[in-house]
Design a protein around this ligand. Sequence first.
Ligand code: ATP
Ligand code: MG
Length: 445
Amino acid sequence: MRLSRYFLPVLKQNPSEAQIVSHRLMLRAGMIKQSSAGIYSWLPLGFKVLKNIENIVHEEQQRAGHIPMLMPTIQSADLWRESGRYDDYGEEMLRITDRHKRDMLYGPTNEELITDIFRSHVGSYKDLPLTLYHIQWKFRDEIRPRFGVMRGREFYMKDGYNFDLTKEDALHAYNRHLVSYLRSYERMGLQAIPMRADGGPIGGDYTHEFLVLAETGESEVFYDSAVTDLSFGDRDIDYDDRDQCQAILEEFTTKYARTDETHDEAVFNDVPEDRRRVARGIEVGQIFYFGTKYSEAMNAVVDDGQGGKVPVHMGSHGIGVSRLLGAIIEASHDDKGIIWPEGVTPFHCGIVNLKQGDADTDAACETLYSALTNAGLEPLYDDRNERAGGKFATMDLIGLPWRITVGPRGLKNGVVELTSRKTGESVELSTEDAVARVVEVYANL
Ligand code: ATP
Ligand code: MG
């Protein structure tokens, strides 16, 4: 993409409505625009990152054997009356009446709808296990939408639902979700720690929230600092291997890590004192096994192969796709702007032409542009007639991990400059070597 032809409405001033850095930077980098409280338009740069995050989630869910689909945003109230949640959900639910005076709602989640689909088409244990998921907009009429996309009213969420014959099978589905979530967050350049969470009115031990540590997080968390040394890395996973998935769950959830809802001071005090941490975190996902709550209420039963009919064991598993943009920026920025992890960056590499209109620098930039493009990467070429300082400031603000700077002085010596956004370090290289270096970085992701 050439910046002269793109739509990147960066702001020079700090927007006064933004209280936290990720919101401020998303507005300044021209990624989002508020349309009304907690509801945003995704401008091209923000939309690109949203799609990159979504793609990682899709890839990792499908790797785990979970099946993508798409359910609507608007749902009928009838199903929610069946489960009993129409009245329970309260004011967070946006209720709508259509022209025939039918009660509808903008879905805050999809347990009812998916259970209805399941019971309409599945009647036998032979069709299990089954895990379906979608990535769709949700609406929750949050009392205090704030922090930009972090706590929106309309937000983008991956929600998946497993259907299993037994509790044991459903717990394997739970473990698969935990493993696939760990992989997903790591690919986004994030450390998200599974923490024991509150099962709410349904109770039970089987729920974990994934938290990104950040001072601006809304949750208070308590953990053993040893959990921050754990990383998933590029190990091979067989998602059908129950023991392997269970072992990973144990590895990542045995050390103390809890939100304030489940925090237990006595247990926490068993953690060596120098490793006890009290901090704040952003919830970027949650997994949940809830047994037969919905299948019993909505009569989602299967024939168990022994002449009986049994309600299926279910769980639901969510990732806050749009919230993740904010969480990633909270975890990765400096005073100049965003620092995108390579896994989610909107463009792979910036190209800055220090002397637009100079035949040699223009030609070198074009060469870089096509070489990167031909290698399957997406460069963002700042070809505007602007001062160098302004171009650098824009690149730093929007946070591309790599920048190649092209100027007449360097070209005289046959070099361009390759700069890492994260470390600020620059190296002088030939155009070919600069391209090769960037290509190599992304090939190794
Ligand atoms: P919270 O406690 O932050 O209100 P929740 O526990 O009600 O969230 P879930 O039902 O677990 O949310 O939804 C799954 C994920 O969707 C959450 O982990 C979070 O990342 C994201 N999410 C929930 N509410 C919002 C929101 N208002 N804006 C953006 N993302 C959200
Ligand atoms: Mg939650």
